[in-house]
Design a protein around this ligand. Structure first.
Ligand SMILES: [Zn+2]
Length: 428
């Protein structure tokens, strides 16, 4: 492919001419190198998760991948990072069921084309569609593209036919479409085409979902596949919204408690219509959707007769700049877990024995009992550095149970610090 051998040496004009053969792709002499790094990072993440080195992770890569085809770049994408990662997981690790969740605001048609006849990869995508007015304008992006041949039922498209979808709409699709099917599918690995142009403020998506919703979407996926979730960055063009949303995703992957969702309402009429259509289209393939109502029972009311302008729909360009509150700071204690073991007990791998019971500073023990010691106690215990740094940070939420647990364990004769859940995952 000329991309490999020629683009690193092309002039700007030659690169422009070269890019013309593809749809919405731009090249730089370093594009090929960056694209290799992107797909390599995704594969490395899959390796680490499937070998048990980490529980989950996120590959922060560019260029994105979900539009690219087997033999052509497309839509800012060079190599299809997530599709290659799925195929890699199947071939190298023998996985039989891989779930790809594409929450980018564009349809990852490249992923769909790769696996639409493959029942071992369940592809879910929601995307701005507006009855095919929105790029890439494909009929196969609609809800009735359910897969082909043996892969029928394993391709789920949820078209957003209006802009301005909110957290409530996103959560509703997860709860009423994706999660029931995903549980039934029972994946061994979850790959996320994690694009954040579906977030508020993005000029491409024109949606209204706030960054904290991505914490919840991530958390819901972590219940699948034994928590083996690999998120791979796709789109996202509002740098504030993008960075806040990525932060929410990574914090959740690391095990921090989710922010409380606010202002949840019922989904809008257009989202309800999409959900209804998808459930109907898939009801013959998934027993969890078997009771979905017939399509004729729902009034298709949102399809515009003309262009969005003619239909009276507002567009992003008509609006003033969107603002949203900074996400609430999420409490992330450095260490979550301390355990007391007998002196004879072997210290688990990755943990550090800090002291035996008779060496434990009585002030520390007292603090442990009341559940109030945190890493901020360093000032108070200048000679117990390990303890300050490693032991006592009971969860601030669920405080009562944390206190009870720590107090109970204090009745045992010695103390071992387990690493935080976060460190624990890394070490395993
Ligand atoms: Zn996108």
């Amino acid at each position: 492919w000329a991309l490999e051998t020629e683009t690193p040496h092309m002039s700007v004009q030659e690169l422009k001419d070269f890019a013309l053969q593809f749809n919405a792709v731009y090249f730089h002499p370093n594009s090929y190198h960056c694209a290799k790094l992107a797909v390599g990072a995704a594969l490395q993440l899959v390796d680490h998760v499937l070998m048990g080195k980490v529980r989950n992770g996120m590959a922060l890569v560019r260029p994105p991948g979900h539009h690219s085809m087997r033999d052509a770049a497309c839509g800012f994408c060079t190599f299809n990072n997530v599709a290659i990662a799925a195929q890699y997981a199947k071939q190298k690790y023998g996985l039989k069921r891989v779930l790809i969740v594409d929450w980018d605001i564009h349809h990852g048609q490249g992923v769909q084309y790769c696996f639409e006849d493959d029942p071992s990869v369940l592809y879910f995508s929601w995307h701005r569609y507006e009855h095919s007015i929105f790029w890439p304008h494909l009929p196969e992006s609609d809800y009735d593209a359910v897969g082909k041949d043996k892969g029928v039922g394993f391709n789920i498209n949820v078209p957003w036919n209006k802009v301005g979808m909110t957290n409530s709409d996103f959560l509703s699709v997860f709860c009423h479409v994706l999660l029931p099917v995903a549980y039934e599918f029972c994946p061994e690995l979850v790959l996320v085409s994690a694009g954040y142009d579906s977030g508020i403020g993005d000029p491409e998506g024109e949606m209204c979902a706030t960054p904290d919703i991505f914490a919840h979407l991530t958390h819901l996926l972590m219940n699948l596949a034994g928590g083996k979730v690999c998120a791979v960055l796709e789109g996202g063009y509002n740098l504030t919204s993008l960075s806040q949303s990525v932060c929410q995703t990574v914090q959740t992957l690391l095990g921090d408690p989710n922010p409380r969702p606010e202002n949840l309402r019922s989904p809008c009429q257009s989202a309800l219509e999409s959900i209804h259509c998808v459930r109907w289209a898939h009801r013959r393939y998934w027993s969890c959707l078997g009771h979905a109502a017939d399509l004729s029972s729902f009034q298709i009311s949102t399809k515009p007769s003309g262009s969005p302008k003619e239909a009276g729909e507002s567009t992003w360009k008509d609006k003033v700049a969107v603002v949203w509150p900074e996400p609430v700071k999420r409490v992330a204690p450095p260490v979550r877990t301390a355990a007391l073991l007998s002196d004879e007990a072997v210290c688990p791998e990755g943990c550090k024995r800090l002291a035996t019971s008779d060496k434990l500073d009585p002030r520390v023990a007292g603090k442990l009992r009341c559940g109030a010691v945190t890493s901020a106690e360093e000032r108070i215990y200048p000679h117990s550095h390990e303890i300050q740094a490693n032991v006592f940070s009971p969860r601030r939420s669920g405080r009562t149970s944390s206190k009870a647990r720590v107090t109970a364990k204090l009745s045992l004769p010695s103390l071992v610090s387990l690493p935080s859940q976060r460190k624990w995952r890394r070490m395993r």
